[in-house]
Design a protein around this ligand. Structure first.
Ligand SMILES: Cc1cc2nc3c(=O)[nH]c(=O)nc-3n(C[C@H](O)[C@H](O)[C@H](O)COP(=O)(O)OP(=O)(O)OC[C@H]3O[C@@H](n4cnc5c(N)ncnc54)[C@H](O)[C@@H]3O)c2cc1C
Length: 397
């Protein structure tokens, strides 16, 4: 295989484009707006390996997490990867037991995590108010990180272009596919078209629409999420990623705090009125210094979620030449999925690690992600119908 068109310049498009270029494949990246303008620009972007089941999928995420470091070494330092411990606690007996069971399960799988008394919060995250934690124990995931996803996209696209043989076309929305000899053999974007041996569908929450152009149905849902970014914290910065009841927090590059709440996301139904303020209020309970900050930015990203929560990777029956690369938690997974996908596209040899994620698999209805399961339960309990399908999947506030 000597040429590929990659549709979409988010984390997955950038990773697969970089690895294809490294393998000597001629690559054209076609992006409808600009790099990282989709979900990769409006994401919480923490290492979420500890949430994943079954074991094989947990391992794939761990490999993704490790490969951020390896990719960084290859590219003179992973400037996009920010190491920080991830602290979790729960509220109520049942939730605490579930969290403990999850921690023990992943620890049994070799995950670097421990259970500590809440008094250690002072040392682990001085910006956090220990009184916000009413649990008897805190789970500390020590080898985690949060990622500057747009930084990763920029770094990889620049590196791919430097390798040579790579063209990028921004502001070009793919509206059709080229067919030749019973295969998908290129893309059409308005007046322009690009031919290639393989088209790689990395359109994130729009991937099912690209697939539909070839008559393929991808089992994909769009699950919106809201993140707010605060002004820099006065005083002590936040030094950990925090998953507290009803609110997740992490540091930002500018010294502020990024907030996300699955409870709040379950209430996103078109109107966002008051929801950024609700996020900021919840965040202040855990990090009191936020009371002296304002919300600097609020964004809605749309999670591309395959029905069972697992990635969709490879060609689907009936449309050879169109290779899909779509996943939830793709910031964690991008380095490993991008590398493996490029390897099998380049060599034509299937990667055994990807066998469980083919787009034609039977989807069993189970959802392999603790957060997504919890959100589904809340939706079933009557807050809103789920999944949600906003009119504009890349809507911004
Ligand atoms: C609120 C929130 C929190 C999250 N938290 C985490 C987390 O903590 N950890 C984690 O690992 N993941 C997390 N995720 C998920 C993660 O951000 C996504 O899985 C990932 O960003 C998807 O990347 P992508 O490259 O597949 O898609 P995108 O970043 O959306 O890129 C797709 C690109 O394709 C382009 N495109 C679409 N259609 C076309 C077309 N027709 N023609 C040309 N271009 C097109 C778009 O403009 C876009 O730039 C979160 C997501 C959200 C929304």
């Amino acid at each position: 295989m000597t040429s590929a068109v990659v549709v979409g310049a988010g984390v997955l498009g950038a990773c697969v484009g970089y690895h294809l270029a490294r393998a000597g494949v001629r690559v054209v990246v076609v992006e409808r707006a600009r790099p990282a303008c989709g979900t990769s620009g409006a994401t919480f972007a923490a290492d979420v390996t500890h949430l994943k089941t079954p074991y094989a999928y947990y391992l794939l995420n761990r490999q993704g997490s490790d490969e951020h470091r390896r990719l960084g070494e290859e590219l003179d330092g992973p400037a996009w990867r920010h190491p920080a411990p991830l602290l979790q606690w729960a509220e109520g007996e049942e939730a605490q037991q579930a969290l403990r069971a999850q921690a023990l399960r992943v620890r049994g799988w070799g995950h670097d995590c421990r259970l500590v008394p809440p008094s250690l919060l002072r040392e682990l995250a001085p910006a956090v108010d220990p009184a916000a934690c009413r649990a008897d124990e805190v789970v500390v995931n020590d080898s985690t990180a949060w990622f500057d996803a747009p930084g990763l996209v920029r770094t990889l696209l620049d590196a791919a272009v430097r390798l040579g043989g790579v063209e990028t076309h921004f502001g070009a929305a793919v509206t059709g596919l080229v067919r030749a000899g019973g295969r998908i053999a290129g893309v059409v974007a308005g007046e322009r078209s690009w031919d290639a041996d393989v088209v790689v569908n990395c359109a994130g929450p729009g991937a099912d629409r690209i697939a539909a152009l070839a008559g393929v149905r991808l089992p994909l849902r769009r699950v919106p999420g809201l993140v707010t970014e605060s002004e820099p914290l006065p005083g002590r910065p936040l030094t950990a990623i925090v998953a507290a009841p009803g609110i997740d927090l992490r540091p930002t590059r500018g010294g502020g705090v990024l907030a996300l709440s699955w409870d709040v996301d379950a209430r996103l139904n078109g109107s966002v009125d008051g929801l950024p303020q609700e996020l900021h209020r919840r965040a202040r309970v855990v990090v009191p210094g936020l009371a002296r900050t304002r919300i600097e930015d609020a964004r809605i990203g749309v999670r591309p979620v395959p029905s069972d929560g697992l990635p969709l990777v490879g060609e689907a029956a009936g449309a050879p030449g169109l290779y899909h690369l779509v996943s939830h938690s793709a910031v964690t997974l991008a380095p490993v999925l991008g590398r493996l996908a490029a390897q099998e596209i380049g060599t034509g040899r299937p990667a055994p690690e990807l066998a469980a994620y083919r787009p034609d698999r039977a989807v069993d209805g189970d959802v392999h992600d603790a957060n997504l399961r919890a959100m589904n339960r809340r939706a079933v309990n009557g807050r809103r119908p789920h999944p949600q399908d906003p009119q504009d999947p890349q809507a911004e506030l």
